[in-house]
Write a protein that binds this ligand. Structure first.
Ligand SMILES: [Zn+2]
Length: 70
C-alpha cells in the first residue's frame, strides 16, 4: 500500500514555498542532492527510508527585499 504525506515547506534561505511530499522509496533510489530552485539552498532528499520531493508553489516576491511576515 502506497502512502504519501504532503506538507508545506518554506525554504529557510529565501522563503520560497514548496509542497513537500514524503513517499516510500519503492525501488532503490539514488540519493540525489536536492537544492532550492530559487536560492540553491541544499534540501534534504530523504528522511530515513522515505524520499522527499519538493514542488515549488510560490517564489519569494523579491529576493532583494527582506521578507517580513505579518
Ligand atoms: Zn530557497
Amino acid at each position: 500500500m502506497v502512502k504519501a504525506d504532503v506538507a508545506d515547506f518554506i525554504c529557510p534561505g529565501c522563503q520560497a514555498r514548496y509542497k513537500l511530499v514524503r513517499a516510500k522509496s519503492a525501488a532503490r533510489s539514488r540519493d540525489l542532492p536536492l537544492h532550492c530552485k530559487v536560492c540553491k539552498q541544499p534540501l534534504a532528499a530523504s528522511d530515513g527510508e522515505d524520499i522527499l520531493k519538493y514542488f515549488l508553489i510560490r517564489r519569494p516576491k523579491a529576493t532583494r527585499l527582506q521578507a517580513r511576515p505579518l
